[in-house]
Design a protein around this ligand. Sequence first.
Ligand code: ADP
Length: 238
Amino acid sequence: MSMLKIKGLQKSFGGLRAVDGLDFEVSRGEVVGLLGPNGSGKTTAMNLISGALRPNAGEIIFDSHRIDCLPPHRIARLGVARTFQLVKVLGSMSCSENVQAGMAFRPQHAFGAAAREEALMLLERVGLRHRAHVAASDLTYIDQKRLELARALALRPQLLLLDEWLAGLNPSELREGIALILDLRAQGLTVVLVEHVMDAVRALCDRCIVMSAGIKLAEGKTNAVLAREDVITAYLGV
Ligand code: ADP
């Protein structure tokens, strides 16, 4: 059974149909890439799934719950976590405090020593344990991305939405970032990721959905989809 089911999803901004009748499903344990040129509706789709935006039409079903009418915190409590295109960390708080803040959205909140211990474990998982007491604003860009991931994981998500989490990394950071997501995949986490770095898409995604002007242009196994002429044309804009 699908963990995430999207049917006829539509979102307009004024006269512009940013997402125009999108259908797709994601099974438990899959890593699915949501691809497409700039302005094709990917971030809008992520915002609809996480509840930051309400659709004009269509349904989003997560784990047999209809979530398209729920506010973001309720969707988070059901087990959907996300990272943002522009990293959002709480700059004046330490890494440990940032991760503990992420626990507040889940049904079983951890407190005190248990929360601090769990935060350390999550920071370890993303390679940031040694920075636990450093203010988030003092981290490098990649470390802020790691922290954002740890905070998302603090929700103990079933589904993780990554919006260009690998953007802006240098080649060695990119390798580390890919390894980190592969590790999450190996642990069975279901991931939907918006990504422009094609090496990362090939390394990470079982399947891809390609959007163009709000509609689904292609869907299927990653290599097959990326080899399609209409997909290449959509990307090159010719
Ligand atoms: P992508 O993530 O694929 O680059 P977006 O989902 O960000 O695409 O945007 C899809 C279209 O919707 C674009 O034309 C964009 O300008 C428009 N759009 C996105 N968000 C808004 C908004 N809040 N208000 C108005 N237009 C928006």
